[in-house]
Design a protein around this ligand. Structure first.
Ligand code: NAD
Length: 360
């Protein structure tokens, strides 16, 4: 299969971590008989320096013409004083809107080898943490009318059936590619939008008889994520609930450097990026953890290119490298006797060396 990937290295540690992910993608392509071509896209601070704009139309066009976009991270102190609409993060918002990605998908996975980094009790972590939160990204209360009149402020939360249905579909499709269990999270005991949400999910479930649908109130879900995270496979929820729950879920896994994400819309063209920022404090030092970006590339293969075997092989390579005790600085345990600390490029090379496949 031939795929054209738009590559945004961005700022700070972005170029370092993306380079490692590209090497892994290249090897996966060789092993499985694919051709990946890369189109470089300038976005963020580097684009401000070059064009005076964090995402010029010409760069956005390259993304829209690609089969998917891989992003490192953007931003940094250097651009803190540029006007609001020219800030590096504006480029990212414009990219998400331009691509029409209304679904943000963030896995919460604890790697067995990093269990001690979780703030949860070992008895909970031992049962395993491996779920995805599918969050509606461009609707709900963040996009409703906001107004303050006298001593009263109002924020409007509105959802239409079609908005719920399209994100619900992503939830069901994601569950289908995993363990076929979908938990729809809302607040239907109080909110009309949630009652509509639940109704649409139940209706949609008729089209996905192979997926087991359950329902949970958001306050209970917040408790269950720390009490018994092993129960979840895929969670689907609206924008604000998803914002809060996905941050909670990423905390229980231990390190920010390990977590990938994807954002998808109506097509298979997605935006894939680690959840962390550009980490200017460690940029250029070759100590950043590239695993979040490498796993983002693996997500791209699974969810945009339908290459599950290739994606699983990359995840297995990461697992094997961790199993052998190699760690970047951010995931190095304080009791380091059994682990070896490696830099960004060394970690990338180790994962590359472990990556196996059918070798055509
Ligand atoms: P950050 O995620 O960049 O860094 C927070 C801390 O985590 C830092 O100590 C950093 O060194 C560490 N860290 C982050 N990623 C790491 C990795 N892969 N390996 C090892 N350590 C890692 O958050 P911040 O410091 O609040 O923001 C820095 C810049 O990034 C800001 O300009 C912010 O606006 C931007 N940002 C960009 C994105 C994005 O591009 N999607 C997201 C968040 C923040």
């Amino acid at each position: 299969m031939n795929k054209n990937i738009a590559v945004i290295r961005g700022d700070g540690i972005g170029p370092e971590i993306v380079n490692e992910a590209l090497k892994v993608l290249d090897k996966a392509a060789r092993l499985y008989g694919h051709t990946f071509t890369y189109t470089d896209v300038d976005m963020g601070g580097c684009a401000i320096d070059k064009y005076g704009d964090p995402l010029p139309e010409s760069e956005l066009k390259k993304c829209l013409e690609s089969d998917s976009v891989l992003l490192g991270a953007v931003g940094g102190d250097k651009w803190n004083n540029v006007p609001g609409d020219k800030r590096p993060e504006k480029g990212l918002l414009r990219l998400r809107a331009g691509m029409g990605v209304y679904s943000n998908n963030r896995p919460a996975k604890i790697w067995r080898q990093l269990a001690s980094a979780s703030p949860l009790k070992p008895s909970i972590v031992e049962k395993g943490i491996d779920f995805i939160i599918v969050r509606e990204l461009i609707g709900g209360i963040y996009f409703g009318e906001h107004k303050t009149s006298g001593d009263t402020a109002t924020d409007v939360m509105a959802y239409s059936e079609s908005e719920i249905e399209r994100i619900g579909r992503i939830g069901f499709e994601t569950a289908r590619k995993r363990n076929k269990r979908l938990c729809s999270v809302e607040k239907s005991n109080v909110l009309d939008t949630s009652r509509l949400w639940k109704k649409v999910m139940i209706r949609l479930s008729e089209q996905y008889p192979d997926v087991e649908l359950s329902h949970m109130l958001v306050d209970n879900c917040a408790m269950q994520i720390v009490k018994n995270p092993a129960q979840f496979d895929v969670i689907v929820t609206e924008n604000m609930f998803g914002d809060i729950l996905s941050d909670e879920a990423s905390m229980i896994t231990g390190s920010i450097g390990m977590i990938p994400s994807s954002s998808l819309g109506d097509t298979t063209v997605g935006l894939y990026e680690p959840i962390h920022g550009s980490a200017p404090d460690i940029a250029g030092l070759n100590i950043a953890n590239p695993i979040g970006t490498i796993l983002s590339a693996a997500m791209m293969l699974k969810y945009s290119f339908d290459m599950s075997d290739e994606s699983d092989a990359i995840e297995k390579a990461v697992y094997d490298v961790l199993e052998e005790g190699y760690r970047c600085a951010d995931i190095m345990p304080s009791d380091a006797d059994t682990c070896t600390m490696v830099g960004c490029s060394e970690m990338g090379q180790l994962i590359l060396d472990k990556l196996g496949g059918p070798s055509i």
